[in-house]
Design a protein around this ligand. Structure first.
Ligand SMILES: *Cc1c(COP(=O)(O)O)cnc(C)c1O
Length: 295
């Protein structure tokens, strides 16, 4: 995997650096590429099939379809339910995952697996994600060194929290970073459940709380996948002022919460762009239907 660039921008008078993991590659990009990198790089002589489950519009589902295609594996994906509109008019992640050869199973139990099957947990929450996130941490530490920044704050919004957790763990266990006065601090905000849920997710992957990210609590409760006027507004502003398209599911909550915590900007701050842009196709259509092209 080539390194992703880091760009310097201004937003609401704050200087911010953006790690463009959305540009990692055309198909296999964002944090899912980091989380699944282990399965791209290592040998799995037995595996012939990937099995996973979750929602029919998930970014992880799409990235797994790319992984399976690249590796020549079959891909079986289990969903509880699919909206009939989506089934009749495939779009977004669902459409492109089907194009990549995904077989979707609706309302069925996951079959009994064999040694030829690779099971991926919903959203890619699993230990193997650490492998690719160590590489992301290394890229950031090298950049920090080049910039001559003594300290650094890193921010990214969380779903399962796997990306934020392994990034924080990698910084705190990296040999070079540990020699510094302090390794980068990772801040995150829950987008799927509340902070209790996110803490539990972290604990499932890492018992040592010293290695966990710092959780910020948003001032307003937003439900995952629902549409909010302020989320749409900030997404349009990010695009207009920085010329960068962010994801519509996680990044609006991310940017709103980051701006609610200006103390973070007292140190150089790096925002991780985690990709997810294919999913915007369906989210944006919903936003335009609700609020129009602009607000
Ligand atoms: C999957 C995803 C996340 C959440 O990642 P976790 O590792 O589950 O916390 C955030 N942003 C985007 C764009 C994603 O696709």
């Amino acid at each position: 995997m080539k390194k992703s660039p880091i760009e310097k921008r201004e937003f609401y008078k704050q200087t911010i650096y953006i790690k463009r993991d959305d540009l990692l590659s055309k198909e296999f990009s964002g944090n899912k590429a980091r989380k699944f990198y282990y399965f791209l790089e290592n040998d799995f002589p037995h595996i012939t099939r990937v099995v996973s489950y979750g929602s029919a519009q998930s970014n992880a589902m799409y990235s797994l379809s790319v992984l399976a295609k690249l590796r020549g594996w079959k891909f079986d994906y289990y969903v509880e339910h699919i909206a009939s509109y989506l089934q009749e008019n495939p779009h977004g992640n669902y459409k492109y995952a089907l194009k990549n050869g995904m077989q979707v199973h609706i309302g069925q139990d996951i079959p009994i697996l064999t040694k030829d099957d690779l099971l991926i947990e919903e959203g890619g929450r699993q230990k193997e994600a650490e492998y690719g996130l160590k590489i992301l941490a290394q890229e950031i530490l090298e950049w920090q060194e080049e910039q001559g920044f003594e300290e650094l704050n890193v921010f990214l919004p969380s779903g399962t929290g796997t990306t934020a957790l392994y990034l924080a763990k990698s910084f705190n266990t990296n040999e070079v970073a540990r020699l510094k006065p302090s390794p980068p601090t990772v801040f995150t905000v829950p987008c799927v459940g509340d902070s209790e849920y996110l803490k539990k997710q972290f604990l499932m992957l890492e018992a040592n709380e010293d290695l966990h990210p710092t959780i910020l609590i948003p001032t307003k409760k937003r439900h995952f996948g629902k549409l909010y006027r302020d989320s749409y507004k900030i997404w349009l502003e990010l695009q207009a002022k920085m010329g960068i398209e962010f994801d519509l599911l996680y990044d609006p909550q991310g940017w709103i919460t980051l701006l609610e915590n200006p103390q973070i900007f007292e140190k150089p701050t790096l925002y991780i762009h985690q990709g997810g842009l294919i999913g915007n196709e369906s989210m944006l259509a919903r936003y335009i239907r609700k609020y129009g092209e602009d607000i």
